[in-house]
Structures are given as structure tokens and as C-alpha cells.
Design a protein around this ligand. Structure first.
Ligand SMILES: *Cc1c(COP(=O)(O)O)cnc(C)c1O
Length: 345
């Protein structure tokens, strides 16, 4: 077997959902867009449903249909991008609940699928999705008569608890929705951690479920072990990899492992990344190539292991993200299709 082994701990996933659920008085949904943040729609959604989640969210209707296929009838499956032209059949056939984002989407929904459940997404300041306050003011009476399942908005800076934007958006959301007897949702993972005034009736965490920042107490969900294909000794002055980017300063021991930038491991992180064997860290030697990484394992004690660990107890998704100058979300959702995946439950 020469592919990396990606292990997804479904027990940890369920525990993270329960831990976030325990922080709020209201209901906790689960965001499973982008193939369950790269970990697999069906196993992720089924695990979270068993843990107690009754509402799920995806980015687009096609993903919603995949979640419905995994879960069967019952749970609400919300679609953040709303009701797009051409989506009516998917929405109807898979009983999806689009979060309507604009006047156009509201008209489309009421015309093509009257009586079909929907939610409303309002813009409270992020300026990405949702109706502006003025649009909402114009539409709210007829929309409320159709009883939306949910009114939601999204925070732009919730991963920074001290950011002025959090309170500003909270105020804007309340101005648009106070006094209505429709369930409300403002917070993803970050907002859930900001405290009860951000919770409303429903929170909708994503990244925290999968073990990522800003949920600092999350249990890690993924481990990634890369098989060692071969090892060699190199002498001082010899180089390793593309561009002669690394030169041995001493007699060195190099391991070549199977994974590369085609597996979602950004090339840019090479100088800051290590691979692990037990409690020992070994730096990369030279560039990350498409399918291979070379590691300086000089000084490794004992027998050469079958695998070196890229994601594990000493180096999590956020550590790898930091080495790559990105966020854990991007590392998770880029996890390669070539890995052999196994699920622990
Ligand atoms: C992705 C997303 C979420 C989940 O966000 P996390 O930061 O991953 O918890 C919630 N709501 C909306 C609208 C989103 O786009």
C-alpha cells in the first residue's frame, strides 16, 4: 500500500458536536458542506445524526441531496446558497430547505415551490450572502406569512472574540428580527464560543466539529500517516529533491514518503513542516513534490517505521495550516482523494 492513510475518528466528531451542544441552551445543527469538510459526507452526517443533530447545512443543493441520501427522511437540510435557478427539482425531490438570500430567490421559491419549507438569510454586515436590511423591510410581511423555518445571518469576525464587528452584527441582526416568533440562528463555531447572546434558538457549527480552531477544546478528528517508500544515506554536500533545494551539512539519513501537493499538502509549507515518529519530529529535506516528500530522519532511533505521521497528536490540522500560511478549514477541505480512508467509530 503506497498511499497515505487518513484515519477519521467518528467518536471524536460526535464528542465535539456534543461538547458544542452542551454550551448552548438551544438546538445545535451541523454544517457538513464541502463533503463534510473533506471527511466524507455520509459517515460524517450519519455520525452527527446519531449524536443528536436534527438540522444540517450544506453550501449547495447538490451537497444537500447527498446528505439526504445518507440520512433519509426526517432531518432538516438547509442550503446556504438558497434557491438558485435550476435547483427547484433538487430542492423538492430531496426535501431541502433553501436559505433564501435575495428578492429574486424569494420570488423564485414562492413561484416554483409554493408551500415548500424555506429559511431566510439576512446580511448583518458581512456583505456576502443574505438580504440587506432595506430589502428585508420591504419583503418581510409577505415572507413571514409563509412561515420561514429559520431566519439566519453569519458573522464575519467571530474567530476574534474582541472584534468590534461581532457586537455590530449582533445589533444589526436583532434590529431586523427582534419580536418575530421564528427560530433564529447567527452563530457558527466562533459565534457559539462568544456566549449566550449570540446563540438564539439554533447554532450551526462546522469546523469545531472537525477538531479545528477556534474550538480550542476540540478533540482532534483526523490523523494522516504517510508510508515510507525508501530511505538512503547522503553525504555532506549532496542535495535532495527538486531545485537542489536542500544540501546535507553532515552525513544524513533521508526517508521518502508517499504524499505530495497533489494530496492537499501545500508546497509552501515545506520549510516549517515536520513529520513525526512517536515523540520525535523530523524536518523536511527540500521541496514537497507532487507525490513525494523527503524527510531528514537523521538520528532516528530504532528500526525504520512503516509510516511517518503528518497529522497526529503532536501536529494537528491548525499546526499544518500555520506552516502553510492558511487556516485549518483549507487543510481539511483539501485532503486528497488518494488517501486510503478509514473511519473509527
Ligand atoms: C461554513 C458556514 C458555517 C460553519 O462555519 P464554521 O466556522 O466552520 O463553524 C455556518 N454558517 C455559514 C453561513 C457558513 O457558510
Amino acid at each position: 500500500m503506497s498511499t497515505g492513510h487518513l484515519t477519521i475518528d467518528l467518536t471524536a466528531l460526535a464528542e465535539n458536536w456534543r461538547a458544542l451542544d452542551a454550551m448552548t441552551a438551544g438546538e445545535t445543527a451541523a454544517v457538513v458542506k464541502a463533503d463534510g469538510y473533506g471527511l466524507g459526507t455520509a459517515p460524517v452526517a450519519r455520525t452527527l445524526a446519531r449524536a443528536g443533530a436534527r438540522r444540517f447545512f450544506t453550501a449547495v443543493a447538490e451537497e444537500g441531496a447527498a446528505v439526504r441520501a445518507a440520512l433519509g427522511p426526517g432531518p432538516m437540510i438547509g442550503v446556504f446558497s438558497g434557491h438558485m435557478a435550476g435547483d427547484s427539482e433538487l430542492i423538492r425531490d430531496h426535501a431541502l430547505t433553501p436559505m433564501l438570500n435575495s428578492v429574486d430567490q424569494v420570488l423564485r421559491h414562492f413561484e416554483t415551490l409554493p408551500q415548500h419549507p424555506f429559511g431566510i438569510q439576512l446580511d448583518s454586515g458581512m456583505n456576502r450572502l443574505g438580504m440587506e436590511p432595506a430589502e428585508w423591510a420591504a419583503l418581510r410581511e409577505p415572507v413571514l406569512q409563509q412561515r420561514p423555518a429559520l431566519i439566519m445571518s453569519h458573522l464575519a469576525c467571530a474567530d476574534d472574540p474582541d472584534h468590534f464587528m461581532n457586537e455590530k452584527q449582533l445589533r444589526a441582526f436583532r434590529e431586523m428580527t427582534d419580536g418575530l416568533d421564528i427560530p433564529r440562528s447567527l452563530s457558527a463555531t466562533g459565534g457559539t464560543l462568544l456566549g449566550p447572546e449570540y446563540h438564539f434558538e439554533l447554532t450551526r457549527p462546522g469546523v469545531g466539529l472537525y477538531g479545528g480552531h477556534p474550538f480550542a477544546d476540540a478533540r482532534p478528528v483526523v490523523t494522516l500517516d504517510l508510508p515510507v517508500i525508501q530511505t538512503r544515506e547522503v553525504l555532506p554536500g549532496e542535495t535532495v529533491g527538486y531545485g537542489n533545494h536542500w544540501t546535507a551539512q553532515r552525513p544524513s539519513h533521508i526517508a521518502t514518503v508517499a504524499a505530495g501537493y497533489a494530496d492537499g499538502l501545500p508546497r509552501i509549507m515545506a520549510p516549517r513542516l515536520g513529520l513525526w515518529h512517536g515523540d520525535q519530529r523530523f524536518p523536511l529535506a527540500g521541496r514537497i513534490s507532487m507525490d513525494l516528500i523527503t524527510v531528514d530522519i537523521t538520528g532516528m532511533e530504532g528500526e525504520m517505521p512503516e509510516f511517518l505521521s503528518l497529522l497526529g497528536p503532536h501536529q494537528g490540522v491548525d499546526d499544518v495550516a500555520e506552516a502553510a500560511g492558511t487556516i485549518g478549514y483549507e487543510i481539511l477541505t483539501s485532503l486528497g482523494a488518494r488517501y486510503a480512508r478509514s473511519y473509527l467509530s
